[in-house]
Write a protein that binds this ligand. Sequence first.
Ligand SMILES: [Cu+2]
Length: 181
Amino acid sequence: MSGRRLGIAALLLVLLGIVLVGASAVLGSSPGIGGGPGWFSGMMGGDGYGPGMMGGNGPGFDNGPQPGDAGFVPGTADAPRLIQVIAGPGYTFTPSTVTVQRGETVTFAVTTMGPLVHEFMVGPADAVAADQEGTPEIAEIGMMQRKTLTYTFDGSGSYAFACHAAGHYEAGMRGTITIVG
Ligand SMILES: [Cu+2]
């Protein structure tokens, strides 16, 4: 190796060291690169595998402050609040319960995990349960596809969401919406 190449190699090593130290700092309380539950919960934005994966924020998504949380900002028609939802694998939605403030406008971004093709219908609970014609719906969300639907919760009743692909609703693929305010 020439002296010049050696110099470049040394420089690269130094840069790599800086990157690794930076990553450690970003990961905070983590015991080291790739180590332990601290690193994992940091990645998932939750309190560890259970609540971080299955709780209100969904797997790997941070849907931000929810109604009642400090820093919550209700969605408006001009600036809808984004709620990310995972459809599947299997006949599940994550999160399965979504909380919205009455009157706010929300954009649901629904991503399918797994090979099944899903739908996402949202609206008044009775219309969603009955798969009523005209109820807002995203059709055919294929594997790893992400589609959005914006909805304003301006009625006085209760709301729900569901997948009405053949057999999915019956298999339990539905979610509840908790209205506050
Ligand atoms: Cu489905």
